[in-house]
Design a protein around this ligand. Sequence first.
Ligand SMILES: C[S@@+](CC[C@H](N)C(=O)[O-])C[C@H]1O[C@@H](n2cnc3c(N)ncnc32)[C@H](O)[C@@H]1O
Length: 223
Amino acid sequence: MLRSVNLRLLAPLGLLALSAPMVPVAALQIGGRPAEEWAVVLESGRRLGSLEIDAVVSRMGIRPGDVVADVGAGTGVFSVSLARATGPTGTVLAVEVDAGFLPMIAQKGVDGGVENIQTVLGEFTDPKLPRRDLDVAFFHDVIHHIEGRQAYLQATAQYLGPGSRVVVVDYHGDRPGAPHSGQPEMLITLRQVREWMSVAGFDLTQEFDLFDDKFFVVFTKRD
Ligand SMILES: C[S@@+](CC[C@H](N)C(=O)[O-])C[C@H]1O[C@@H](n2cnc3c(N)ncnc32)[C@H](O)[C@@H]1O
């Protein structure tokens, strides 16, 4: 069965020519532009230089042995750093909806000398994680790409255990000059994310001032 996605959500990455708003996901993810081409955009030197990967991961409070989901992992630019933070007794579940990214993530683990990254093929409405004892779910530059944000965050919450956290880094859609500003459907605000997370059972507990154009926040599951 074919699912649908709003193509306009992906156009700002330069990954797609704008066309009709809804197309079958299979055409987009498999028959569409190959993940290898997407990878060039995600791993451009300019982008990587702006991500502050180690600074972000070091602030996430990951403990040895934690189970962390890197949701919408792309090529896995954060996955190795997360895997090092959990240590060999922990696990990183790197979730993607595009199967073409999964071997790239696995290769990142090999190159990075870590053996605790497990790739997961998720669905557009549910990350389809293989376990329900997650300590942390991490969304970096992902939530604004998800069409049904509230439903997806609620689906993700099912996999998170007591005291768990959701860490979100995403663009302030309400700031002048925000990326994707010509596409209102791509713009999200911290206030919206707080509301979605509250409905999903999480409260904002930490906010880091690391980026000018992005919010970096931590939500903790209510008892
Ligand atoms: C801009 S990329 C960010 C990738 C990675 N987090 C990074 O920062 O390099 C957004 C990613 O989210 C993925 N994505 C979009 N919708 C998703 C969904 N519903 N579930 C999981 N991943 C999704 C896309 O396939 C894409 O790889």
